[in-house]
Design a protein around this ligand. Structure first.
Ligand code: GLP
Length: 240
């Protein structure tokens, strides 16, 4: 795990974004994994700026996102699909047919999990996966559990996660379930770029980096991955 502690979210966005930009410049048909939330936005802003300047093209890139709410229309303003469209995909030249999401409204989540796993394999595997972390140490929507998961699955969201995200739902109740890539899916990415900022993540970051590898802190599994680059601000790193 290479850990970098930087001063500002913008600096982190430039460093993490440069990894994404440089990787796609070197491999234009790269398969890149994305996450949602506040944390990735500076990284996505950097990627969009570089594309607008003509320094990189994402026209051959294939994307896979970590997770998506269940029981929420794909075009609802709070879907993770719309988050990605608003914060990155509408600002770069990625092709719509190359954008992949788990379908949170699929009638059979196990069939959907296999479809997604097959799509990732058919694309050649994920080259680089962006990860944030929840306050309880979740990655994607892999909540603290008694065992590590493997492929994508349907998850009942914890009260902590519902509390942290309910503020964004002002027209309908926040979904109680989501579809998420499993820990196995995430760990099969060739490279992981992890970002955490703010004091609220300090405890989870400490457990992720220094704690026991345990499904009670799903992010701790990253200690067993051979290529993880971690970007933290001083607040998120304050307990290390
Ligand atoms: C959600 C997402 C995670 C994300 C986490 C933290 O639970 N499913 O992928 O890492 O929130 O979000 P934020 O970056 O807004 O703190």
């Amino acid at each position: 795990m290479d850990v970098f502690i930087l001063d500002t979210k913008e600096e982190i966005g430039q460093k993490a974004g440069k990894i994404y930009v440089d990787f796609v410049k070197a491999k234009p048909n790269a398969v890149m994994g994305f996450a949602t939330g506040i944390t990735p936005i500076p990284t996505y802003n950097y990627m969009a700026e570089e594309c607008a300047k003509g320094n990189v093209s994402f026209s051959q890139m294939t994307t896979f996102n970590l997770d998506e709410y269940c029981d929420l229309p794909k075009e609802h303003k709070n879907s993770f699909y719309m988050f990605m469209m608003d914060n990155l995909f509408s600002k770069i030249d990625v092709k719509p047919e190359n954008i992949n999401f788990l379908d949170g409204n699929a009638p059979d989540w196990q069939a959907e999990s296999k479809r997604y796993a097959d799509a990732i394999i058919n694309a050649g595997g994920i080259d680089v996966q962006f990860l944030g972390i929840g306050r309880n140490g979740h990655i994607g929507f892999n909540e603290p559990a008694e065992e590590f998961t493997d492929e994508a699955f349907k998850v009942k969201l914890t009260d902590s996660t519902i509390e942290a995200n309910s503020i964004y739902f002002d027209d309908i109740a926040m979904p109680r379930y989501a579809m998420t890539m499993g820990i196995g899916s995430i760990m099969r990415a060739k490279k992981i770029v992890f970002v955490a900022t703010g004091k609220a993540k300090a405890e989870a970051v400490k457990e992720m980096i220094k704690g026991e590898v345990t499904p009670h802190c799903p992010a701790s599994i990253l200690q067993k991955h051979n290529d993880v680059t971690v970007f933290l601000d001083k607040d998120a790193a304050s307990l290390l």
